[in-house]
Design a protein around this ligand. Structure first.
Ligand code: UTP
Length: 289
């Protein structure tokens, strides 16, 4: 029987070098898209997908992230005093999105290492979600929910989110090789981190959404270094191919890479266009450019 996916790991211990100098003092995940920090959009996606335990893997200087999800009695009190009841609504929901835990990654040794830091939260043969918040996805059905649906259909198989990229860009991504394809669903037979264009087995890149089996920790604990001398999550995915099986899906939705300036601005424009309050004015501003 499949276990329900109830826990998600959010690896957020990276240095965020592409967003310096902002990330010198502000964690990348606390930069806002519209009126919410990037991490809140990711947690909302998880909560809407039935996940109720959120595990942040952070560096020690990022307690501010956890603070964002705590109840703010003082702020609520002051807003009440000023009769700003509509504003209270905006700050009282975060702590109800789930149960929050924090794990410290003492050194940014790579995404695989960050995920491994949360291994104590899981039993043998338990599956869980991994969400990279800076891959922000706008979709009708939350992206991680679309992966959970495949996990359920494949009787507990591990699932990764996929997106087609131009072949000359594959060297920026983890890429899959597949055995079978049915519509937007793929049976994965191999994965390669940042391949050269000539060696890439496909142009299907791995996006920051995963449903993984805890078996993956056995591989990650070996601490094998890969591309960039980092412990790569992509390299460990091969350990899931035989059992419980590794599948990929090109999910429905629009992805923004909020870890770089252009993707961040594109996300803000798209979320702004979707926002009832500023939509009209934003369109006017864009037209005038
Ligand atoms: P990125 O590749 O985007 O790295 O990591 P980064 O450090 O955040 O940003 P740049 O490339 O220096 O600008 C993808 C995700 O993995 C996390 C990051 O926080 C991000 O969410 N990560 C990466 C860790 O948690 N630990 C690591 O050691 C590396």
């Amino acid at each position: 029987m499949n276990h329900k996916i109830s826990k998600a790991i959010f690896p957020i211990a990276g240095l965020g070098t592409r967003f310096l100098p902002a990330t010198k003092s502000v964690p990348k995940e606390m930069i806002t898209i519209l009126d919410r920090p990037i991490i809140e959009w990711a947690v909302i996606e998880a909560a809407k997908s039935g996940i109720d335990e959120m595990i942040f893997v952070t560096s020690s200087r990022k307690n501010i992230v956890l603070e964002h999800f705590e109840k703010s009695e003082l702020l609520e009190f002051n807003l009440k005093k000023k009769n700003k009841l509509d504003k209270i609504k905006l700050i009282e929901t975060q702590n109800r999105l789930g149960k929050f835990s924090l794990v410290i990654q003492d050194e940014p040794k790579g995404l695989g290492h960050a995920v491994c830091c949360a291994s104590n939260f899981f039993d043998k043969d338990q599956s869980f979600a991994v969400i990279l918040p800076d891959d922000l996805i706008m979709s009708k059905t939350p992206a991680i929910k679309q992966l959970i649906e495949i996990y359920e259909k494949t009787n507990g198989g591990s699932v990764i989110g996929l997106e087609k990229v131009p072949i000359n860009k594959v060297s920026n991504y983890g890429v899959i090789e597949y055995k079978k394809k049915y519509k937007n669903f793929f049976t994965v037979s191999a994965v390669v981190e940042k391949p050269n264009k000539s060696e890439a087995p496909s142009n299907l890149s791995i996006v920051g959404r995963y449903i993984l089996n805890s078996k993956i920790f056995q591989f990650l604990k070996l601490g094998k270094k890969g591309f960039g001398n980092e412990i790569q999550l992509t390299d460990s995915l091969v350990s899931l191919i035989d059992s419980p099986g590794l599948f990929g899906t090109e999910f429905d939705g629009k992805r923004f890479d909020c870890g770089n300036k252009l993707g961040f601005i594109e996300a803000n424009i798209n979320f702004g266009i979707n926002d009832k309050e500023i939509n009209k004015h934003l369109r006017k501003i864009i037209k005038k450019l």
